[in-house]
Design a binder for this molecule. Structure first.
Ligand code: C2E
Ligand code: MG
Ligand code: MG
Ligand code: MG
Length: 284
Protein backbone atom coordinates (compact mmCIF):
# COMPACT_ATOMS: atom_id res chain seq x y z
CA UNK A 1 0.00 0.00 0.00
CA UNK A 2 2.84 2.38 0.88
CA UNK A 3 4.46 1.82 -2.51
CA UNK A 4 1.18 2.21 -4.35
CA UNK A 5 0.44 5.46 -2.55
CA UNK A 6 3.90 6.78 -3.23
CA UNK A 7 3.59 6.01 -6.96
CA UNK A 8 0.15 7.54 -7.02
CA UNK A 9 1.50 10.78 -5.63
CA UNK A 10 3.78 10.81 -8.71
CA UNK A 11 6.00 13.60 -10.02
CA UNK A 12 9.11 11.84 -8.68
CA UNK A 13 8.59 13.13 -5.16
CA UNK A 14 10.90 11.54 -2.59
CA UNK A 15 8.09 10.37 -0.41
CA UNK A 16 8.19 6.60 -0.46
CA UNK A 17 8.26 6.54 3.32
CA UNK A 18 5.72 9.34 3.81
CA UNK A 19 2.65 8.05 2.01
CA UNK A 20 -0.69 9.86 2.16
CA UNK A 21 -2.07 7.52 4.79
CA UNK A 22 0.64 8.58 7.17
CA UNK A 23 0.04 12.28 6.42
CA UNK A 24 -3.63 11.91 7.12
CA UNK A 25 -2.88 10.27 10.45
CA UNK A 26 -0.48 13.09 11.26
CA UNK A 27 -3.14 15.65 10.35
CA UNK A 28 -5.65 13.90 12.58
CA UNK A 29 -3.15 13.86 15.44
CA UNK A 30 -2.37 17.55 14.97
CA UNK A 31 -6.09 18.35 14.93
CA UNK A 32 -6.57 16.44 18.18
CA UNK A 33 -3.62 18.21 19.78
CA UNK A 34 -5.01 21.62 18.77
CA UNK A 35 -8.43 20.66 20.12
CA UNK A 36 -6.95 19.53 23.45
CA UNK A 37 -5.36 22.95 23.87
CA UNK A 38 -8.26 25.01 22.49
CA UNK A 39 -10.06 25.61 25.76
CA UNK A 40 -7.01 26.69 27.80
CA UNK A 41 -5.84 28.80 24.86
CA UNK A 42 -9.11 30.71 24.99
CA UNK A 43 -10.13 29.71 21.46
CA UNK A 44 -13.58 28.50 22.43
CA UNK A 45 -16.60 30.76 22.59
CA UNK A 46 -20.30 30.18 23.17
CA UNK A 47 -22.64 31.77 20.62
CA UNK A 48 -26.36 32.16 21.15
CA UNK A 49 -29.17 31.76 18.61
CA UNK A 50 -32.64 33.19 19.37
CA UNK A 51 -35.74 31.05 19.75
CA UNK A 52 -38.95 33.02 19.26
CA UNK A 53 -42.67 32.59 19.73
CA UNK A 54 -44.26 31.69 16.39
CA UNK A 55 -47.34 33.75 17.28
CA UNK A 56 -45.57 37.01 18.14
CA UNK A 57 -41.93 36.55 17.06
CA UNK A 58 -40.94 37.71 20.53
CA UNK A 59 -37.68 36.09 21.64
CA UNK A 60 -38.19 33.55 24.43
CA UNK A 61 -34.69 32.19 24.78
CA UNK A 62 -31.40 31.30 23.13
CA UNK A 63 -29.65 28.07 22.18
CA UNK A 64 -25.99 27.93 23.19
CA UNK A 65 -23.79 26.82 20.28
CA UNK A 66 -20.08 26.20 20.68
CA UNK A 67 -17.60 27.96 18.39
CA UNK A 68 -13.91 27.17 17.94
CA UNK A 69 -11.67 29.84 16.41
CA UNK A 70 -8.17 28.53 15.83
CA UNK A 71 -5.46 31.07 14.91
CA UNK A 72 -4.37 29.06 11.84
CA UNK A 73 -7.39 26.87 11.03
CA UNK A 74 -9.91 29.69 11.33
CA UNK A 75 -13.45 28.84 12.42
CA UNK A 76 -13.84 25.11 12.81
CA UNK A 77 -17.53 24.04 12.66
CA UNK A 78 -18.94 21.96 15.54
CA UNK A 79 -19.79 19.10 13.16
CA UNK A 80 -16.01 18.77 12.59
CA UNK A 81 -14.76 19.00 16.16
CA UNK A 82 -17.58 17.71 18.42
CA UNK A 83 -17.22 14.11 17.13
CA UNK A 84 -13.43 14.33 17.63
CA UNK A 85 -13.92 15.74 21.14
CA UNK A 86 -16.16 12.75 21.85
CA UNK A 87 -13.56 10.37 20.44
CA UNK A 88 -10.62 11.71 22.45
CA UNK A 89 -12.51 12.03 25.72
CA UNK A 90 -12.69 15.81 25.75
CA UNK A 91 -16.43 16.26 25.36
CA UNK A 92 -17.16 16.17 29.09
CA UNK A 93 -14.74 18.99 29.79
CA UNK A 94 -15.95 21.05 26.82
CA UNK A 95 -19.59 20.33 27.57
CA UNK A 96 -19.24 21.33 31.21
CA UNK A 97 -17.55 24.54 30.15
CA UNK A 98 -20.40 25.36 27.74
CA UNK A 99 -22.98 24.57 30.41
CA UNK A 100 -21.30 26.71 33.04
CA UNK A 101 -20.65 29.59 30.64
CA UNK A 102 -24.24 29.52 29.33
CA UNK A 103 -25.69 29.48 32.86
CA UNK A 104 -23.50 32.37 34.01
CA UNK A 105 -24.32 34.47 30.94
CA UNK A 106 -28.04 33.67 31.00
CA UNK A 107 -28.20 34.63 34.69
CA UNK A 108 -27.40 38.17 33.55
CA UNK A 109 -30.17 38.32 30.92
CA UNK A 110 -33.73 39.57 31.49
CA UNK A 111 -35.38 36.86 33.56
CA UNK A 112 -38.03 35.82 31.00
CA UNK A 113 -35.30 34.48 28.72
CA UNK A 114 -34.28 30.82 28.78
CA UNK A 115 -31.05 29.20 27.65
CA UNK A 116 -30.81 25.82 25.89
CA UNK A 117 -27.62 23.76 26.08
CA UNK A 118 -26.78 20.75 23.88
CA UNK A 119 -25.69 17.60 25.71
CA UNK A 120 -23.60 14.96 23.99
CA UNK A 121 -24.81 11.38 24.54
CA UNK A 122 -21.50 10.81 26.34
CA UNK A 123 -22.33 13.58 28.83
CA UNK A 124 -25.84 12.22 29.17
CA UNK A 125 -24.52 8.79 30.17
CA UNK A 126 -22.04 10.14 32.70
CA UNK A 127 -22.99 9.35 36.30
CA UNK A 128 -22.10 12.83 37.51
CA UNK A 129 -24.36 14.64 34.99
CA UNK A 130 -27.02 15.69 37.47
CA UNK A 131 -24.40 16.90 39.96
CA UNK A 132 -22.66 18.88 37.20
CA UNK A 133 -25.92 20.62 36.33
CA UNK A 134 -26.76 21.27 39.98
CA UNK A 135 -23.31 22.87 40.40
CA UNK A 136 -23.67 25.04 37.28
CA UNK A 137 -27.07 26.25 38.49
CA UNK A 138 -25.82 26.93 42.01
CA UNK A 139 -22.64 28.66 40.86
CA UNK A 140 -24.46 30.91 38.37
CA UNK A 141 -27.58 31.47 40.42
CA UNK A 142 -29.68 30.71 37.32
CA UNK A 143 -33.27 29.67 38.06
CA UNK A 144 -33.55 26.00 36.93
CA UNK A 145 -36.77 26.91 35.09
CA UNK A 146 -34.64 28.97 32.72
CA UNK A 147 -32.34 26.10 31.72
CA UNK A 148 -33.20 23.64 28.97
CA UNK A 149 -31.02 20.74 27.84
CA UNK A 150 -31.20 19.32 24.33
CA UNK A 151 -30.46 15.69 23.72
CA UNK A 152 -30.67 13.69 20.51
CA UNK A 153 -32.58 10.52 19.84
CA UNK A 154 -29.34 8.54 19.86
CA UNK A 155 -29.40 8.47 23.69
CA UNK A 156 -32.57 6.38 23.45
CA UNK A 157 -31.00 3.85 21.11
CA UNK A 158 -29.90 1.58 23.93
CA UNK A 159 -32.41 2.97 26.40
CA UNK A 160 -32.72 1.21 29.74
CA UNK A 161 -33.86 2.06 33.25
CA UNK A 162 -30.83 4.35 33.67
CA UNK A 163 -31.96 6.43 30.69
CA UNK A 164 -35.39 6.88 32.26
CA UNK A 165 -33.82 7.66 35.66
CA UNK A 166 -31.55 10.33 34.16
CA UNK A 167 -34.44 11.95 32.29
CA UNK A 168 -36.57 11.91 35.45
CA UNK A 169 -33.65 13.31 37.44
CA UNK A 170 -33.20 16.18 34.99
CA UNK A 171 -36.86 17.09 35.16
CA UNK A 172 -36.86 16.87 38.96
CA UNK A 173 -34.17 19.55 38.95
CA UNK A 174 -36.83 21.78 37.43
CA UNK A 175 -35.03 22.19 34.11
CA UNK A 176 -36.69 21.30 30.80
CA UNK A 177 -35.59 18.58 28.41
CA UNK A 178 -35.86 18.90 24.64
CA UNK A 179 -35.40 16.21 22.04
CA UNK A 180 -33.16 17.71 19.33
CA UNK A 181 -33.11 16.95 15.59
CA UNK A 182 -36.30 14.91 15.82
CA UNK A 183 -36.96 12.77 12.78
CA UNK A 184 -33.37 12.31 11.64
CA UNK A 185 -32.22 9.46 13.82
CA UNK A 186 -33.93 6.47 15.27
CA UNK A 187 -37.22 8.19 15.95
CA UNK A 188 -39.80 6.06 17.59
CA UNK A 189 -43.23 7.10 18.74
CA UNK A 190 -42.93 4.48 21.49
CA UNK A 191 -39.92 6.36 22.87
CA UNK A 192 -41.89 9.59 22.94
CA UNK A 193 -44.56 7.90 24.98
CA UNK A 194 -42.14 6.10 27.26
CA UNK A 195 -39.83 9.01 27.99
CA UNK A 196 -41.23 12.32 29.05
CA UNK A 197 -39.74 15.18 27.07
CA UNK A 198 -40.89 18.74 27.54
CA UNK A 199 -40.20 19.72 23.97
CA UNK A 200 -39.55 18.31 20.52
CA UNK A 201 -37.32 20.13 18.07
CA UNK A 202 -38.16 19.37 14.44
CA UNK A 203 -34.98 19.02 12.41
CA UNK A 204 -33.95 21.58 9.82
CA UNK A 205 -33.99 18.96 7.04
CA UNK A 206 -37.80 18.80 7.22
CA UNK A 207 -38.23 22.55 7.62
CA UNK A 208 -36.04 23.13 4.54
CA UNK A 209 -38.43 21.11 2.36
CA UNK A 210 -41.70 22.16 3.92
CA UNK A 211 -42.78 24.52 1.13
CA UNK A 212 -41.66 22.30 -1.73
CA UNK A 213 -42.32 18.75 -0.66
CA UNK A 214 -45.59 17.25 0.51
CA UNK A 215 -43.81 14.46 2.39
CA UNK A 216 -41.87 16.91 4.57
CA UNK A 217 -45.07 18.83 5.27
CA UNK A 218 -46.99 15.72 6.32
CA UNK A 219 -44.18 14.53 8.60
CA UNK A 220 -44.09 17.93 10.31
CA UNK A 221 -47.86 17.91 10.59
CA UNK A 222 -47.73 14.48 12.19
CA UNK A 223 -44.97 15.40 14.65
CA UNK A 224 -46.80 18.55 15.73
CA UNK A 225 -49.98 16.50 16.27
CA UNK A 226 -48.15 13.88 18.34
CA UNK A 227 -46.36 16.54 20.40
CA UNK A 228 -49.62 18.30 21.17
CA UNK A 229 -51.36 15.03 22.00
CA UNK A 230 -48.58 14.15 24.45
CA UNK A 231 -48.46 17.63 25.97
CA UNK A 232 -45.03 18.52 24.62
CA UNK A 233 -43.95 21.88 23.26
CA UNK A 234 -42.69 22.09 19.72
CA UNK A 235 -39.88 24.10 18.12
CA UNK A 236 -38.95 24.09 14.45
CA UNK A 237 -35.27 24.74 13.67
CA UNK A 238 -33.55 26.11 10.60
CA UNK A 239 -36.28 28.47 9.39
CA UNK A 240 -34.80 30.71 6.73
CA UNK A 241 -37.77 32.12 4.80
CA UNK A 242 -41.10 33.81 5.48
CA UNK A 243 -42.81 31.07 3.44
CA UNK A 244 -41.43 28.36 5.73
CA UNK A 245 -42.45 30.41 8.75
CA UNK A 246 -46.04 30.95 7.51
CA UNK A 247 -46.39 27.28 6.70
CA UNK A 248 -45.16 26.17 10.15
CA UNK A 249 -47.39 28.65 11.91
CA UNK A 250 -50.39 27.36 9.95
CA UNK A 251 -49.55 23.82 11.06
CA UNK A 252 -49.57 24.93 14.70
CA UNK A 253 -45.84 25.18 15.45
CA UNK A 254 -45.30 27.18 18.65
CA UNK A 255 -41.67 28.18 18.61
CA UNK A 256 -39.24 28.93 15.80
CA UNK A 257 -35.48 29.10 15.45
CA UNK A 258 -33.49 29.91 12.33
CA UNK A 259 -31.65 32.55 10.34
CA UNK A 260 -34.99 34.26 9.64
CA UNK A 261 -35.21 35.21 13.32
CA UNK A 262 -31.50 35.46 14.03
CA UNK A 263 -28.13 33.84 13.53
CA UNK A 264 -26.00 32.52 16.37
CA UNK A 265 -24.03 35.43 17.86
CA UNK A 266 -21.61 36.17 20.69
CA UNK A 267 -23.15 36.99 24.08
CA UNK A 268 -21.87 40.55 23.82
CA UNK A 269 -24.06 41.17 20.75
CA UNK A 270 -27.32 39.78 22.14
CA UNK A 271 -28.75 42.99 23.49
CA UNK A 272 -26.50 45.34 21.54
CA UNK A 273 -29.48 46.84 19.63
CA UNK A 274 -31.41 47.76 22.75
CA UNK A 275 -28.28 49.03 24.48
CA UNK A 276 -27.30 51.34 21.66
CA UNK A 277 -30.89 52.59 21.45
CA UNK A 278 -30.82 53.31 25.17
CA UNK A 279 -27.44 54.99 24.78
CA UNK A 280 -28.83 57.13 21.93
CA UNK A 281 -31.75 58.17 24.10
CA UNK A 282 -29.43 59.27 26.87
CA UNK A 283 -27.15 61.02 24.40
CA UNK A 284 -29.88 63.14 22.82
P1 C2E B 1 -28.13 21.65 16.67
O1 C2E B 1 -28.13 21.52 18.13
O2 C2E B 1 -29.24 21.02 15.92
O3 C2E B 1 -28.03 23.21 16.38
C1 C2E B 1 -28.65 23.85 15.29
C2 C2E B 1 -27.66 24.07 14.18
O4 C2E B 1 -28.33 24.61 13.05
C3 C2E B 1 -26.56 25.08 14.51
O5 C2E B 1 -25.40 24.70 13.78
C4 C2E B 1 -27.12 26.36 13.93
O6 C2E B 1 -26.13 27.33 13.65
C5 C2E B 1 -27.75 25.83 12.67
N1 C2E B 1 -28.83 26.69 12.18
C6 C2E B 1 -29.74 27.37 12.90
N2 C2E B 1 -30.61 28.03 12.11
C7 C2E B 1 -30.24 27.77 10.85
C8 C2E B 1 -30.76 28.17 9.57
O7 C2E B 1 -31.74 28.89 9.45
N3 C2E B 1 -30.11 27.68 8.48
C9 C2E B 1 -29.02 26.87 8.56
N4 C2E B 1 -28.45 26.45 7.45
N5 C2E B 1 -28.51 26.46 9.76
C10 C2E B 1 -29.11 26.91 10.88
P2 C2E B 1 -23.96 24.66 14.46
O8 C2E B 1 -23.83 25.79 15.43
O9 C2E B 1 -22.97 24.51 13.37
O10 C2E B 1 -24.00 23.34 15.32
C11 C2E B 1 -24.14 22.09 14.70
C12 C2E B 1 -24.37 21.01 15.72
O11 C2E B 1 -23.24 20.86 16.57
C13 C2E B 1 -25.53 21.34 16.67
O12 C2E B 1 -26.77 21.04 16.05
C14 C2E B 1 -25.21 20.41 17.83
O13 C2E B 1 -25.62 19.10 17.54
C15 C2E B 1 -23.68 20.45 17.83
N6 C2E B 1 -23.25 21.39 18.88
C16 C2E B 1 -23.07 22.74 18.85
N7 C2E B 1 -22.67 23.22 20.05
C17 C2E B 1 -22.60 22.14 20.88
C18 C2E B 1 -22.25 21.97 22.27
O14 C2E B 1 -21.96 22.91 23.03
N8 C2E B 1 -22.29 20.69 22.76
C19 C2E B 1 -22.64 19.62 21.97
N9 C2E B 1 -22.63 18.37 22.51
N10 C2E B 1 -22.98 19.74 20.68
C20 C2E B 1 -22.97 21.00 20.13
MG1 MG C 1 -29.49 21.77 19.54
MG1 MG D 1 -31.08 20.67 16.39
MG1 MG E 1 -30.21 19.99 13.58
Amino acid sequence: LALYEAKGSGRGRVCVFRPEMHDRLEQKRAFEEDLRKALVNGEMEVYYQPQASAATRVIEGYEALLRWKHPMRGSVPPCDFIPVAEEIGMINLLGEWVLKTACIEAAGWPSHLKVAVNLSPIQFRKKSLLQTIVSALAYSGLDPKRLEVEITESVLLDANHKTADTLDGLRQLGITVAMDDFGTGYSSLGNLRRFAFDKIKIDRSFVQDITTRADAMSIINLVIGVAKGLGMAITAEGIETEEQFECLKRLGCEQIQGYLIGRPMPASQLFADQRSKTADRYAS
